[in-house]
Design a protein around this ligand. Structure first.
Ligand SMILES: [Zn+2]
Length: 246
């Protein structure tokens, strides 16, 4: 059976002499593992389309669970990431997050679109990478079913004055109210940005202003929330922190 689908290549692993095993986020089938035979040969027609962090139209041959790339053409290569080690490292982290939070054979258009928008913004240097990263992380958690409840303080019910987010249960508290679990400090602007990220239309996800300490708080809280909720480490995040110029 042949199937043509648009797909974002999240990960490529070299296999045998010149094959690639890919993890892709496809439009039609969600997360898939596909084999690209001979993709590492110079003469290969699928070499460009099966590179990590490439959005491509792939013609797959096979059936459930066992797919091979028959043909591929690049839709968007995110070229701006290739020569910039920091942007490439962050893009790879986005890919690892998408792999961790997407589901096999379950299409999720919003999640794919989020990945594409974040990589596009990063490769075109449209916003501060810290802002792209925080918005990507928090929005991804919302799409994957881990949306925090940001409506008001979980203890007193009021709008929190010096808010903090409970990383385990995804709730906000006032600094002075009794809280449970590990909390990350926010401030009013960082909380407003979180609310925006959770609700904004996909195309305007990064269109919020936040800087200085508020952006630092948002960044720390978004990352900590994702790590706490997924209960795992991301090798690409550790690598990003090593190469990031601060
Ligand atoms: Zn309170």
């Amino acid at each position: 059976m042949f199937q043509t689908t648009k797909a974002l290549v999240l990960r490529e692993v070299r296999y045998k002499e010149a094959d690639r095993i890919l993890t892709v986020l496809s439009e039609c089938e969600g997360k898939l593992t596909v084999k690209a035979r001979g993709a590492l040969r110079k003469s290969s027609r699928t070499a460009a389309a099966t590179q990590q962090l490439t959005y491509a139209e792939l013609t797959l041959f096979g059936n459930r669970g066992k797919w091979t790339v028959n043909e591929g053409s690049v839709i968007e290569g995110f070229e701006g990431l290739r020569g910039d080690i920091e942007a490439l490292a962050l893009g790879s982290y986005f890919a690892e997050c998408l792999e961790a939070l997407s589901v096999e054979e379950q299409p999720d258009e919003a999640m794919l679109q989020l990945g594409l928008n974040a990589l596009y913004a990063l490769s075109r240097q449209m916003y501060d990478p810290a802002k792209i990263k925080a918005a990507f992380e928090l929005r991804l958690m919302c799409l994957a079913g881990y949306a925090p409840d940001l409506t008001g303080c979980a203890a007193c019910g009021k709008e929190p004055e010096e808010p903090a987010i409970d990383l385990q249960n995804g709730r906000v508290f006032c600094r002075s109210c009794p809280k449970e679990g590990v909390c990350a400090p926010l401030d009013c602007d960082a909380l407003a940005a979180m609310r925006y990220i959770a609700e904004a239309p996909a195309k305007r996800l990064f269109s919020f202003s936040l800087g200085g300490e508020s952006l630092q708080r948002l960044s720390a809280a978004s990352e900590a929330y994702l790590l706490r909720q997924t209960e795992r480490r991301f090798g690409t995040l550790d690598y990003y922190k090593q190469v990031r110029i601060t």
